[in-house]
Design a binder for this molecule. Structure first.
Ligand SMILES: [Zn+2]
Length: 304
């Protein structure tokens, strides 16, 4: 039995077919963790979709209505970069419910792990880059509204800047946003996070871990969160199709360890969400995400 729960729903699959975003990865990760006997069926919990009230605590009513009614403009559809369907909308609501559940479980058990979510390019009033609903912000707002926490930190390690999350929390002193990403990559416009670590093209394990460690520790001296959301993107990997960094499997494991250990050692619970991953071989993306689950178990065993 795992010392934390894995939040998963088969409806996470955005059903994109032949698309650079392998949204079937959620099922592959679920299956891999079972096949490797890392987890059993009892270790998984199924989320409910977020309620519209939860979504509307972050997103503008017009955006939510156009998403639900299928009345997005051509421009909005182009920016989203995924084909619209009812199932797509349901998957975003489920991912947000999954991140909400992972956040609640984190506060109860130290770690909560959503095998989905991390849609950090979604802004309050529009979606882009495969992201329509910002599950990270929805989960944090739900925890704050419920009075469970007041202050939270987002540590976004996807190779792309967390522009939507940064935009949503601009001017909000209750949420500290940290993004470490490749500078010369999507999105072109990068609204400032509380702390942005811009990396040059091709940065590898050593530079990444050094810059992340310094920035993260500095952030924690300035801000004391009651909950951490770790956006554990798999796309800083050297063979990623949409990324231009050069991290190895081992470097990504060390990144996971650094983020999770530092938080738990400071008694800060960690909710983990997946975000991107576009390796040439989808099984590499699955390995990177599965490794994050392994690292979470190791660290919780040492600090829990
Ligand atoms: Zn990404």
């Amino acid at each position: 039995m795992l010392p934390y729960k894995l939040v998963y729903h088969e409806g996470y699959d955005l059903r994109l077919g032949d698309h650079v975003f392998p949204s079937q990865k959620y099922r592959y990760i679920h299956d891999r963790l079972l096949r490797d006997r890392f987890a059993t069926a009892e270790d998984f919990v199924r989320p409910e979709p977020a309620s519209d009230a939860d979504i509307l605590a972050v997103h503008e009513p017009g955006w939510v209505e156009r998403l639900k009614c299928g009345t997005l403009s051509y421009q909005e559809l182009m920016q989203l970069e995924v084909p619209y369907s009812r199932e797509l909308v349901e998957a975003y609501w489920l991912a947000a419910g999954g991140s909400m559940l992972a956040a609640r479980l984190a506060v109860e058990q130290g770690i909560g792990f959503n095998l989905g979510g991390g849609f950090h390019h979604a802004f309050a009033g529009h979606g882009e880059g495969f992201c329509a609903i910002n599950d990270i912000a929805v989960a944090l707002r739900a925890m704050q509204r419920g009075g469970t926490i007041q202050r939270a930190m987002v540590v976004d390690c996807d190779v792309h800047h967390g522009n939507g999350t940064a935009g949503i929390f601009t001017g909000d002193t209750s949420v500290f946003t940290l993004s470490i990403h490749q500078f010369n990559n999507y999105p072109t416009e990068k609204p400032p996070s509380s702390l942005d670590i811009h990396l040059p093209d091709g940065a590898g394990d050593e530079e990444y871990l050094h810059r992340l460690g310094n920035g993260y520790r500095t952030a924690l001296t300035m801000f004391h969160p009651e909950l951490m959301i770790y956006v554990a993107g798999a796309d800083p990997y050297c063979e990623d199709q949409l990324g231009g960094l050069s991290l190895s499997f081992e470097g990504l494991r060390e990144r996971d360890h650094l983020v999770i250990w530092t938080a738990l050692h400071s008694h800060i619970p960690v909710a983990i969400v997946l975000a991107g991953g576009y390796a040439v071989n989808v099984q590499d993306t699955v390995t990177i995400h599965a490794n994050t689950a392994h690292v979470a178990k190791e660290v919780l065993g040492k600090t829990g």
